[in-house]
Design a binder for this molecule. Structure first.
Ligand SMILES: *Cc1c(COP(=O)(O)O)cnc(C)c1O
Length: 461
C-alpha cells in the first residue's frame, strides 16, 4: 500500500515512511492511495473478538508492506496492555438508542492513548530495525502531549519535545506532561496559544535544514498512523451494536478533525455508518464551514473543553482532499488561501462534505448544563469534551443507534465537572499521586529560532 500527499507534489511513501515522516514535503498530509475494503462477511466475523484482534484485522491491510504479522501483533498487544479496562473501549448506555463509547481508559485518560501507545511501539520496532534515532516534536492543546510523552518515555531511539500553550491546559494535563522524569522527554510551555504551537511545529517541518539535522518526526494527528489506530474503535463499537446488519451513527467531539476523519475512513472501508456528526465548542470554525459559511479563521476563545480550542483544524485538509475528488492542486490552492485568512468551499465539494458529515455547536453554558443533566439522567459523569458531543448528538439523533465518543475521563477536567455537577471526579487509583510528583518544564517564547535553538542544544547534550 502506497501513501500519497493531499497536495499531490510529494513522493509516494510506504506506511512506515509516512509514519516516520508525518508531514509531507509539499506541506500536505499523507493518505492511503486506496482505501482497503472490508466485506460484510469480514465485518460480521469481528463479532465477539477482543479489541486487539479487531485492531489487527482492521489495520493489517494498511501496514502489511511495512511490518511482519508477528511484529504488528506484538505492537498491538504491548500498546493496549496498560489500559485500565479489559474491554479497552467499553460502551455504556445513556438513553434508549444512545451509547457512550468510553475512550479514556488509557494511561493518560484520553482517547489519544489509543493511537499514541500504538505509534510508540511501531516507531520503536521500525527504528530498531533501521538503527536510527529521531526527534519527535509535537504541539498539544493538552491531551496529545501527555499521550506522546507516555508513549515514548524511556525509548532511547527517540527524543520527544512537546509544545503546549502556557497557562491554557488543565492542571492534570500539565502534570501528566511535566512529571515523567525520563531524560528523553521534554515539556515546553510556550508563550502563545495552541495555534501558535501548531504553526511552529509546521514551520519546523518546512525548515528542511532543521528537519534533516535533528531527524524530525511528527506524531501530531497529521500522522496517518494515528488516524489509522482510531479507525479500530468505530468497527469495535459498531459491531458490538449489531453491524454489519444494523447501521450506527457517531457523534465526535472535534478539534483537529483526526478522530472524526478516522470514522470517515471506517465508512469508506465498508462499515455501515449512517451519520458522522462533528461536535464543536464555541470555537466553531468547522461547524460554520460545514454549514456553508466558508472556512475563515477567527480568534481562539479559551473554553472549558480546551482540547477542542482550535481554529485551524489540521486534518480537515484530508476531508477536503476527498471532497475535492482527490485533487491535490485544488487542496494546495485552498491552503494558500487559508494562509491569507480563509476560503470558500466550492459547491461540489460542499455537497460531498454534507453527504459525509453533519455538525453542531455547543456553548459553554450548554456544556455545563449537559454534564448536570446527564448525571441526573444516567448517572454518567461526562468530561466537558464528551458533554459537547452528547449535547450535539441529542440535537441530531433519529431512529438510528447513536454512539457518542467520550474522549476524556472527567477527572482530567475536575474544575468544570465539579462546577456543573457538584461532584468531584476522583482520579483512578493508579494515578492518585499525580499532584505529589515533582514537575520539570521549560518556559519558552513562541518564535521559531528560539525553539529550534533550544531543541538542537538539548539533543546535543
Ligand atoms: C484531542 C481531543 C479532542 C479532539 O480530537 P481531534 O481528533 O483533534 O478532533 C477531543 N476531546 C479530547 C479530550 C481530546 O483530547
Amino acid at each position: 500500500m502506497k501513501y500519497i500527499s493531499t497536495r499531490g507534489q510529494a513522493p509516494e511513501l510506504t506506511f512506515e515512511e509516512a509514519m516516520l515522516t508525518g508531514l509531507a514535503r509539499d506541506g500536505g498530509l499523507y493518505v492511503p492511495a486506496e482505501i482497503p475494503q472490508m466485506s460484510k462477511g469480514d465485518i460480521a466475523a469481528l463479532a465477539g473478538l477482543s479489541y486487539e484482534e479487531t485492531a489487527f484485522r482492521v489495520m493489517w491491510p494498511f501496514v502489511s508492506d511495512s511490518f511482519t504479522e508477528e511484529e504488528f501483533r506484538g505492537c498491538i498487544t504491548r500498546a493496549y496492555a496498560d489500559f485500565g479496562h479489559a474491554a479497552r473501549a467499553p460502551m455504556v448506555q445513556l438513553a434508549p438508542n444512545h451509547f457512550l463509547l468510553e475512550l479514556f481508559h488509557g494511561p493518560t485518560l484520553a482517547f489519544k492513548d489509543f493511537a499514541m501507545q500504538l505509534i510508540g511501539q511501531l516507531f520503536q520496532v521500525a527504528l530498531k530495525r533501521r538503527g536510527e534515532t529521531v526527534t519527535i516534536v509535537g504541539a498539544t492543546s493538552g491531551d496529545t502531549g501527555s499521550a506522546a510523552i507516555e508513549a515514548f518515555r524511556g525509548l532511547d531511539a527517540v527524543n520527544v519535545f512537546i509544545l503546549y500553550p502556557h497557562g491554557r491546559v488543565s492542571e492534570v494535563q500539565r502534570r501528566q506532561m511535566t512529571t515523567p522524569d525520563d531524560s528523553n522527554v521534554h515539556a515546553l510551555a510556550v508563550d502563545g496559544d495552541f495555534d501558535d504551537c501548531q504553526a511552529r511545529v509546521k514551520d519546523m517541518f518546512n525548515d528542511f535544514e532543521f528537519r534533516d539535522g535533528v531527524k524530525l518526526a511528527g506524531v501530531n494527528s497529521i500522522n496517518f498512523a494515528r488516524v489509522l489506530a482510531q479507525v479500530v474503535y468505530y468497527f469495535y463499537s459498531a459491531v458490538a451494536l449489531g453491524a454489519p446488519e444494523r447501521e450506527v451513527s457517531f457523534t465526535v467531539p472535534t478539534g483537529n478533525f483526526g478522530d472524526i476523519f478516522a470514522g470517515f475512513i471506517a465508512k469508506q472501508m465498508g462499515l455501515p455508518i449512517d451519520r458522522l456528526v462533528v461536535a464543536t465548542n464555541q470555537n466553531d470554525i468547522l461547524h460554520r464551514c460545514l454549514s456553508g459559511q466558508g472556512y475563515f479563521k477567527g480568534d481562539t476563545i479559551p473554553s472549558i473543553s480546551p482540547s477542542m480550542d482550535i481554529q485551524v483544524s489540521s486534518n480537515f485538509e484530508r476531508a477536503l482532499f476527498y471532497a475535492y475528488g482527490r485533487d491535490g492542486a485544488a487542496v494546495a490552492q485552498l491552503m494558500d488561501e487559508l494562509g491569507q485568512g480563509g476560503f470558500n468551499v466550492s459547491q461540489g465539494a460542499m455537497q460531498a462534505l454534507s453527504e459525509a458529515y453533519d455538525s453542531g455547536r455547543c456553548s459553554e453554558d450548554e456544556t455545563l448544563a449537559t454534564i448536570k443533566a446527564q448525571t441526573a439522567a444516567s448517572g454518567e459523569l461526562l468530561c466537558p469534551h464528551s458533554a459537547v458531543g452528547v449535547k450535539v448528538a441529542d440535537e441530531v439523533r433519529n431512529t438510528t443507534a447513536m454512539v457518542t465518543l467520550a474522549t476524556a475521563h472527567p477527572a482530567k477536567f475536575p474544575a468544570a465537572v465539579e462546577k456543573a455537577s457538584g461532584m468531584h471526579p476522583p482520579l483512578p487509583p493508579r494515578m492518585a499521586d499525580l499532584y505529589d510528583r515533582p514537575e520539570r518544564v521549560t518556559r519558552i517564547g513562541s518564535d521559531l529560532a528560539t525553539l529550534e535553538d533550544h531543541i538542537r542544544k538539548t539533543i546535543a547534550n
